[in-house]
Design a protein around this ligand. Sequence first.
Ligand SMILES: Cc1ncc(COP(=O)(O)O)c(C=O)c1O
Length: 397
Amino acid sequence: MPHRSGRHFLQIPGPTNVPDRVLRAIDRATIDHRGPDFGRLGLEIFDGLKAVFQTAQPVVIFPASGTGAWEAALVNTLSPGDRVLMFETGHFASLWHKMATRLGVSVDLVPTDWRRGVDPAAVEAKLKDDKQHQIKAVCVVHNETSTGATSRIGAIRKAIDAAGHPALYMVDTISSLASIDYRHDEWGVDVTVAGSQKGLMLPPGLSFNAVSERARKASQSAKLPRSYWSWDEMLANNKSGFFPYTPATNLLYGLREALAMLQEEGLPKVFARHARHAEATRHAVRSWGLEILCAVPEEYSNSLTAVMMPGGHDADALRKIILEAYDMSLGTGLGRLAGKVFRVGHLGDFNDLALAGTLSGIEMGLALAGVPHKKGGVLAALDYLAEAARAAPRKAA
Ligand SMILES: Cc1ncc(COP(=O)(O)O)c(C=O)c1O
C-alpha cells in the first residue's frame, strides 16, 4: 500500500484508536515476569482495575481476546448440563450462546428482534417460572456491539431479586467498560467479562473477569473442565502481583498507562464524553433522514451507533467507498445485519473534533455512494457539540 497522508480513522466499535501515551508505554523492554519489578507492576494494575470495574472484588487478567474471558466465566462457575438463561440481543450474545452450548451447558435462549436490550420483566418472569431453581446463571451482554443497544444491568439485577432467584449474574462489558457507567458491586454482578481493545484504549490481547465472592464459591464445585482459564491459580498468584503463566508484559505496561489516563480524566467525565458523542452522532443520523437500529431510546448505546441503510443500498459498498476515499474504517453489519447496517464507533480515546471528522467522512461518503439522504447531519452534530460545550465549559475532553 502506498503511503496515505494523515491518520487513518479507525471508527469501528473496537479495537479503538490507541493513544500515543499508551503506545509509548508499551514500547519498553520486557522484564522478568517473576522478578520484583513485575510484582509491583501487577499489584498497581490489579488495584487500578478495581476503580474501573467499580468493585472491591478481584479482577483476573487473561492474555486472551474477550472470547477467552467469556469461556473463563462459564467454565469456572458451571457444570455439564447446568441450565443458564441468555438473551439473543445480537451477534455477540449469539456467539456467547454458541460457546455455552459447545461447552455442554443447556441454554434457555430468549430471542429478540436485535433492536433492543434485555427486558428486565422477561428476566423476572423466566426466573419466577423456574420454581426448582434449576437456572444456575443469567448471562447478559451489557452493550451489544452488533446493534448499539445497551441493556439495563441495574434493572435486571432488581428483576433477579424480585424473583427471589439465586442464579449467578454474568455480564459481558466488552464494549461498555470505561465508556458507559458500569458498577460490578452495586449491581450485584457475579462475573464481569471485559476486553482491552475498546474503552480501555489498548490493543487487543487482554481480557478480564471481575469475580464476586459468590462466583468464587461456585467455582469450588463447578465441574466443567478448565485449566488455562482456572481462577484459583490466578487469584493465588495475583495476591503478590504475579501470574501462574507468562503474562502479556508489554500490554500490561499499556494497561497501567491507560488506567492512569482514565483516572486523570475521571470516570464520570469519561462517561459524559461518550454520552455527548453518541447524542451528537444520533443528531447527525436523524438529520440525514436515516434510521438508528436501536428501537428503544433509553437503550441507545454510548459506545457506538448502528445506522440502517435505505432499502436497496448495501452498507458494505458504502463502507468500501468511505475507506477508499477518506481512509476511514466503519464497522460492518454482523450476522443477520450483514449489508443492512454500518456501525459508527465513538468510544475510547476520542474527542469532539475526531467525531466531527468521522461524521464528515460519512456524510461525504453517503453522497459519493449515491445513498439517498439529506445534507446537514454534520452541522446538526456540530450545533449539538457547541451547545454542550457552552452548557458545560471544559478545557479539553
Ligand atoms: C460485546 C462483545 N462481546 C464479545 C466480543 C468478543 O471479543 P473478542 O473479539 O475480543 O474475542 C466482542 C468483540 O467485539 C464484543 O463486542
